[in-house]
Design a protein around this ligand. Structure first.
Ligand SMILES: Cc1cc2nc3c(=O)[nH]c(=O)nc-3n(C[C@H](O)[C@H](O)[C@H](O)COP(=O)(O)O)c2cc1C
Ligand code: SF4
Length: 371
């Protein structure tokens, strides 16, 4: 099982794009017990809805995938951390867990094969930061959802300080196809660096918004043609923590490696399309407000930086810069650099990326405004 997952080249879908096989192998290699499997179903990135659809449509798939993960790495207990605002997914998962237990698919003797594995459901309470893996552990443990410094990494000291596999819902569900058909079949779709298919959450100014499953490597243009985007002037890839691309980037192949090389990201699979009628200044101000609100406040670069960034973007969006717009842009870049370099976790490290990409690529706030 471990070899198939490693050979498949499966890459995590939660945003950080980490190879799943390496994560599982690291936990499997840990001698101590207990170990845990955690499914990150917090789905807190704005614009993301793929995990909700997977859980609502086929909760058993996730239960099966978590069980495979647990029995592969030597964990007897899994935690499914579900976004609190997903009542239908909660109801369906609760019913599916009960049925799986009743049929011997979970419990002390899974499928009569002698393995023990069970899953506990935990609900988030609306904090974006609780999707960050170490904050999620803290939340399950009953503490404030605040990230911890890494290292140690979860594979060594994760939930309750024990070796932990933490994976996104979409990542886990991919394991089922790998186990059923083998790594080679999985690699038949996608590219060498991004094997398989990807779920894209398409929204905004498109005729057919929704969830699209396509092989990695499809171009942004092909995806937008399917969704019916007449005028994709700006496309936010990867959510609030992602990057904007523009009409000049439509030939970009949607893979981890191509987006990285282009200075963009696939993140959690968000593809938010904005046409020319949308004023980007207020959109950027809303993104800045989101990060200010959601910063856990634990470290200074993020706690102060997200506030200063929001003030600055709001000034620019209102056409009321403090001094020259070029100076405001320079200050914005400096704030971004500071948050990227000195924040503890991914929230602070990515809080400026969408905004800075819009300034750089789409030339938002490029014009001088007389103060
Ligand atoms: C602020 C923040 C929020 C995050 N939210 C989520 C989330 O909602 N769901 C998710 O799967 N990963 C989220 N992540 C990424 C997780 O920390 C982690 O990388 C992921 O769950 C690992 O699973 P994967 O290897 O299957 O991608 C978030 C990261 C950060 C920094
Ligand atoms: S970067 Fe922001 S969200 Fe992350 S620990 Fe620091 S203050 Fe909290």
């Amino acid at each position: 099982m471990l070899r198939e997952v490693t050979d498949s080249g499966l890459v995590g879908r939660g945003g950080a794009a980490f190879p799943t096989g390496r994560k599982w192998a690291a936990v499997a290699a840990q001698a101590g017990r207990p170990k845990y499997v955690v499914c990150n179903a917090d789905e807190s990135e704005p614009g993301t809805f793929k995990d909700r659809v997977l859980m609502e449509e086929d909760p058993f798939a996730l239960i099966e995938a978590m069980t495979i993960a647990g029995t592969t790495v030597g964990a007897e207990l899994g935690f499914l951390y579900l976004r609190g605002e997903y009542p239908l997914a909660r109801a369906r998962l609760t019913a599916a867990l009960a049925e799986a237990r009743a049929r011997g698919l979970l419990g002390d003797d899974v499928m009569g094969k002698g393995a023990r594995f069970d899953i506990e459901l935990r609900l988030g309470a609306g904090a974006y930061i609780c999707g960050e893996e170490t904050a999620l552990f803290a939340s399950i443990e009953g503490f404030r959802g605040e990230p911890r410094t890494k290292p140690p990494f979860p594979v060594e000291a994760g939930l309750f300080g024990r070796p932990t596999v933490v994976n996104n819902v979409e990542t886990l569900v991919n394991v089922l196809g790998i186990v059923a058909d083998g790594a080679a079949a999985y690699r038949a779709l996608g590219t060498a660096g991004s094997p398989g298919t990807r779920l894209f959450c398409v929204s905004g100014n498109v005729a057919r918004p929704g969830l699209y499953e396509l092989p990695f490597g499809v171009t942004l243009r092909a995806l937008l043609d399917l969704a019916g985007a007449d005028d994709p002037a700006a496309v936010l890839l990867g959510g609030a923590a992602g990057t904007f691309v523009g009409a000049a980037d439509l030939e970009l192949p949607l893979t981890f490696e191509d987006t990285r090389a282009a200075g963009a990201t696939l993140g959690s699979g968000v593809v938010l399309v904005l046409d020319r009628t949308v004023a980007l200044g207020p959109v950027l101000a809303r993104i800045a407000q989101f990060f200010r609100d959601e910063s856990c406040g634990q470290c200074v670069p993020c706690r102060v930086g997200t506030v200063r960034q929001e003030e600055l973007i709001t000034r620019l969006a209102r056409g009321a810069p403090r001094g020259a717009v070029a100076d405001e842009r320079a200050l914005l870049a400096e704030l971004g650099q500071c948050m990227r370099d000195a924040s503890i976790c991914g929230l602070g490290q990515t809080a400026s990326s969408a905004i800075e990409s819009a300034v750089a690529r789409l030339k938002v706030f490029a014009d001088e405004v007389t103060p």
